[in-house]
Design a protein around this ligand. Structure first.
Ligand SMILES: Cc1cc2nc3c(=O)[nH]c(=O)nc-3n(C[C@H](O)[C@H](O)[C@H](O)COP(=O)(O)OP(=O)(O)OC[C@H]3O[C@@H](n4cnc5c(N)ncnc54)[C@H](O)[C@@H]3O)c2cc1C
Length: 409
């Protein structure tokens, strides 16, 4: 078996926000593919093309521009998803000014950004500007947005204790959610509880409101209100990997996802299968299965079994993967969760989140590393230093975009 991936690791996403906010070492939420699948061959390469008639995939090895090809008997397409960015005429400035939470580099860039802003804000005398610099805005109030909001707020407030000129009132966190309530994926009572907790911490919650312009120094919300801020984190949805569009012959739905039958086979193609965030696979209720790691992980053995059945001339079976639950950490040892219909909130939900994802973290060594990180954090303060690897963190802090334009011109 050959795995083609642009990275030689995969991310254990449930821990990505914690990695970004310093609760665990960033590399502890990654899993080396060679260690995880030692019997497979790994090609660290970018997939760039597909020919379904000759059953071959084109790729470029990372660091080499030559396009090479490889033939397949069975191709499993699991390219994942990207952050959904709406067209400029609907929401402008997102690509240029917002931060995201999808890759390891995003998580580290956000942490670097927060530290850099604290340093800058501490060194200036203008109170209004200091407060603008320390205003963080999250757009999208579902699971990822709430997790980023909760963890980053704790990180920034705890770090600010080291900065003499920064008081608690100088730091503001705001969240914008188009729906009438946060955490639409959870039942209303859990959403209400989480909202109350966040409000108690001083977080400004704007539901039924979105953002239509993102600038370096401000946002404009859907009610045309201009709000000064310096960091916008865009967590308003995901879309199937756009790479699918470059792979000729794949059946794509109107959202750009790979259209699959209930046994994971790509509609109308022989030997092509889809799973995970990039694939639209109908579940038992006929609706596409949700784009979640807990779904993708359980789809994988079913895809493998169906490929084996095809090879042996046996019939394939439809997928039977259901959502088991949703757990959302809110920071400050609080969380909300619904597991198999049971609703939990508070410390218990947070502890369940940690226990479940610790057990689900692939490989024993990684599990121990994460546990050690968490244990050390109970007794010592985090390191509020920049990792200094990502120029994105330096992006657009100054007050006026006009100044930027003049400098460039
Ligand atoms: C911050 C965050 C937190 C999350 N928390 C949870 C959670 O708590 N619980 C949960 O169930 N789900 C969670 N999710 C969702 C979960 O991460 C996804 O559903 C899951 O990762 C989907 O798996 P996948 O294999 O389809 O895609 P991915 O895990 O994204 O894997 C896709 C792979 O394809 C590779 N790739 C992409 N394009 C190319 C190319 N052209 N060439 C070569 N390689 C390529 C990528 O490098 C990557 O390794 C979270 C997501 C995020 C962003």
């Amino acid at each position: 078996m050959i795995i083609i991936d642009r990275n030689n690791y995969f991310i254990f996403y449930p821990l990505l926000v914690e990695a970004g906010c310093g609760s665990i070492e960033p590399r502890h939420c990654t899993v080396p593919i060679r260690e995880f699948a030692p019997k497979s061959e790994l090609l660290m390469a970018e997939v760039v093309g597909l020919d379904v008639s000759t059953k071959s995939v084109d790729f470029q090895l990372i660091g080499d521009n030559a396009v090479k090809g490889i033939e397949y008997d069975h191709l499993v397409v699991a390219l994942g998803s990207v952050t959904r960015i709406l067209p400029e005429k609907i929401v402008s400035g997102v690509r240029d000014h917002a931060f995201f939470m999808k890759h390891m580099s995003d998580a580290v860039a956000l942490r670097d950004r927060a530290v850099e802003l604290l340093e800058l804000a501490n060194a200036i005398d203008d109170l209004e500007e200091r407060r603008r610099l320390l205003h963080f805005v999250v757009v999208g109030g579902n699971v990822t947005g709430i997790e980023v909001l909760g963890e980053l707020e704790v990180f920034v407030r705890e770090a600010s204790a080291y900065y003499r000129n920064i008081s608690d009132e100088d730091i503001t966190f705001s969240i914008y959610e188009l729906n009438q309530r946060l955490l639409g994926v959870l039942p209303e009572n859990l959403s209400v509880w989480a909202t109350r907790q966040l409000k108690k911490r001083g977080i400004k919650i704007h539901t039924g409101t979105s953002v239509k312009e993102v600038h370096a120094d401000r946002i404009v919300d859907s009610d045309d209100k201009v709000v000064g801020c310096s960091t916008v984190i865009w967590t308003a949805g995901i879309a199937p990997s756009p790479v699918l569009g470059q792979l000729n012959g794949l059946p794509l739905n109107k959202f750009g996802g790979l259209e699959c039958a209930s046994d994971y086979s790509a509609v109308g193609l022989d030997g092509v299968w889809g799973l995970g965030d990039c694939a639209s696979v109908p579940g038992a209720d006929g609706k596409p299965m949700p784009p979640l790691a807990q779904i993708a992980i359980r789809q994988a053995p079913q895809v493998a079994a169906n490929i084996s059945s095809v090879e042996k001339g046996r019939p394939t079976k439809p997928g039977e993967v259901h959502l088991q639950g949703v757990l959302v950490p809110l920071g400050r040892h609080r969380g909300v969760a619904q597991i198999k219909g049971i609703r939990v909130h508070g410390f218990l939900a947070w502890a369940m989140w940690r226990a479940i994802y610790l057990l689900k973290t692939p490989r024993l060594g990684r599990r121990i590393s994460v546990l050690l990180d968490w244990t050390l954090n109970m007794f010592f303060r985090k390191d509020y230093v920049q990792l200094g690897m990502h120029p994105a963190s330096h992006r657009d802090m100054c007050r006026s975009e006009e100044i930027d334009a003049t400098n460039q011109g």
